[in-house]
Design a protein around this ligand. Structure first.
Ligand SMILES: Cc1cc2nc3c(=O)[nH]c(=O)nc-3n(C[C@H](O)[C@H](O)[C@H](O)COP(=O)(O)OP(=O)(O)OC[C@H]3O[C@@H](n4cnc5c(N)ncnc54)[C@H](O)[C@@H]3O)c2cc1C
Length: 524
């Protein structure tokens, strides 16, 4: 990436990204990988240090892996469980977050500025991506061929950039959203929350997440890397931000956990939470992603995760269109695939809000008591304990062949290429559209013209063998070492896997040609 001052602002680019927060940075890293000429601008020069996202799930970590971030790119703490406490009933529920899904821990905590630095380092290696700070988007105009963005530089001068496509990753107060006339439907909560990060908590912080569901002062509490520990306190009517952020007030709030002489406040901020979503994530050549498109209270730690899902879903589609591998019509599937799921996550966070912050002692007793009773019934307990209430990331409609794919993702497991070390299977899938044969050579039933057309549309071939199986044919081969992939798709089956790991189609190997024709038709 070229990181530059506004003096070398290009006159045009393929994709212009407004906002270099974590979602804009993930978009830049993905477009960098896909080889799309990209310009990212932000009105700020530096990464924001205020306390914001702290938790990520396995899906978010898989997307960050897709964007190029390895295990050690940023520090994380795996969280084995989430406990819900009531002052009257004690622990009334728990969620089991131990273990991993698709090669990543089910829940971790992290330090957002460190993640953003890691993303910017990753972006820096792509010569096709340029970042210009100190530029604010003022206006935009679309026509049949592209978008003109009107910017203001740090000296107040007006600048213009022309782009084929524009992505608004400009956060909750998105100018892009306003400029394309999108309402931000939903609610703003009546309460303020004080977020406090304390430092120097090595060996003293808790090792899990706890929600203290006290109607007088609800307070989620969790550890974070770098010897940090976080508390989030709901403020009562009449309590002002200025008053609650006073050192003696913070010491009193944390007195239950930390003696005043051991208290090292690293940062604090007061927020009002919102649950809002746009009616559409796309208007013509302009897209919204991250907080610009949807915003949720952080009770299930899914705000940034949803933004990362947007980035993974949108970027490969844009890349395929910009590289001439697909028609612009496929871009409409970004909204139809992402928006319903973003809504479901907002609704889950709202439901969790009712658990965490019941309005009265009576309601708290009722809601928490019911949760405790439900815990005695195994199927009901599992709903919460095994996170079955979390909406699966499956699409009802979109860019896949209905009836041949559930619109869900291929699992990730450990695989071993011939003569190489074991690695995570997404590393083998890479940045391509893949025709994968499970226990069979995916090219065996293909004629040369279909094969050539597939390669010309950004396709590749991969054979995944059962454990102990040897390759058939000349297709690149990996052995499924953890039995994660093959059971999901039966031996003898083929699947087309999109670069965001969503299964586009699957069919028996004998139908290889028809399967590819149907996928190619989807891209036309
Ligand atoms: C207290 C709290 C706790 C949270 N906890 C979690 C959690 O545990 N897990 C989770 O997943 N999420 C959590 N979130 C949500 C998460 O922090 C956000 O979803 C995420 O930071 C949004 O990233 P973004 O890139 O979309 O937007 P932002 O980070 O807001 O970035 C937007 C960027 O756009 C720039 N910009 C804005 N307007 C313009 C303009 N006109 N021109 C140029 N640049 C512009 C801004 O300077 C900024 O850099 C939490 C949020 C809060 C407040």
């Amino acid at each position: 990436m070229i990181e530059s001052s506004t003096a070398v602002l290009p006159a045009s680019t393929t994709v212009l990204v407004i906002g270099y927060g974590p979602v804009g940075a993930t978009i830049a890293a993905l477009l960098g990988r896909y080889g799309v000429a990209t310009l990212v601008i932000d009105r700020l020069d530096e990464i924001l240090l205020i306390p914001r996202a702290i938790a990520l799930d396995n899906e978010a970590l898989r997307i960050l892996q897709m964007a190029g971030l390895g295990e050690d790119a940023f520090a994380r703490i795996a969280i084995p469980e989430v406990r819900m406490h009531s002052p009257l009933l004690g622990q009334f529920a728990r969620a089991n977050t131990a273990g991993s899904i698709d090669g990543h821990p089910r829940l971790v905590t992290f330090y957002q500025p460190e993640l953003e630095q890691a993303l910017r380092r990753e972006v820096a290696q792509w010569p096709n991506v340029q970042f210009c700070s100190g530029l604010e988007l003022l206006d935009l105009q679309q026509d049949a061929l592209g978008v003109t963005a009107i910017l203001k530089d740090a000296a107040g001068a007006r600048r213009e950039v022309r782009a084929d496509y524009l992505i608004g990753a400009d956060g909750a107060s998105s100018r892009v959203r306003n400029l394309i006339g999108q309402d931000f439907q939903g609610t703003t909560y009546a309460e303020d929350w004080l977020i406090v990060d304390a430092g120097q908590r090595e060996g003293k912080a808790i090792d899990h997440v706890e929600f203290i569901c006290d109607p007088r002062r609800p307070a989620p509490h969790m550890p974070a890397p770098g010897g940090r520990e976080r508390w989030e306190f709901m403020l009562q009517p009449g309590e002002s931000a200025a008053q609650m952020e006073q050192p003696e007030q913070l010491a009193a709030l944390l007195g239950r956990w930390i003696q005043p002489q051991d208290l090292h406040i690293e940062r604090q901020a007061v927020y009002r939470f919102h649950a809002r979503c746009c009616d559409s994530f796309q208007q013509g050549r302009v897209f919204l992603a991250g907080d610009a498109a949807h915003i949720t209270p952080p009770f299930v730690g899914q705000g940034l995760v949803a933004g990362l899902r947007d980035a993974a879903n949108l970027c490969w589609k844009l890349a395929w269109v910009c590289r001439g591998h697909a028609a612009p019509a496929i871009l409409a599937s970004y909204d139809s695939e992402r928006r319903p799921h973003a809504h479901k996550m907002i609704n889950l966070a709202k439901r969790m809000g009712h658990l965490i912050m019941p309005r009265s002692q009576l309601k708290a007793l009722l809601v928490h008591g019911l949760m405790r009773l439900a815990g005695l019934v195994p199927p009901l307990r599992r709903l919460f304990e095994e996170l079955k209430i979390k909406p699966a990331n499956h699409f009802a409609s979109g860019l896949f062949v209905a009836g041949k794919s559930s619109g869900g993702q291929l699992a990730q497991g450990l695989v071993k290429p011939l003569g190489s070390a074991i690695l995570l299977s997404d590393e083998v899938l890479g940045d391509q559209l893949s025709l994968v044969g499970f226990g069979v050579d995916p090219q065996a039933g293909l004629d040369e013209p279909t094969r050539t057309r597939w390669l010309a549309r950004g396709g590749q071939f991969l054979q995944v063998g059962l454990r102990g199986q040897r390759p058939a044919g000349n297709t690149r081969f990996v052995e499924d070492m953890s039995d994660a992939l093959v059971p999901a798709i039966k031996p003898g089956q083929l699947a087309v896997v999109r670069p965001d790991r969503v299964i586009m189609h699957s069919a028996p190997a004998a139908q290889a040609r028809q399967l590819l024709e149907e996928c190619l038709a989807l891209l036309d």
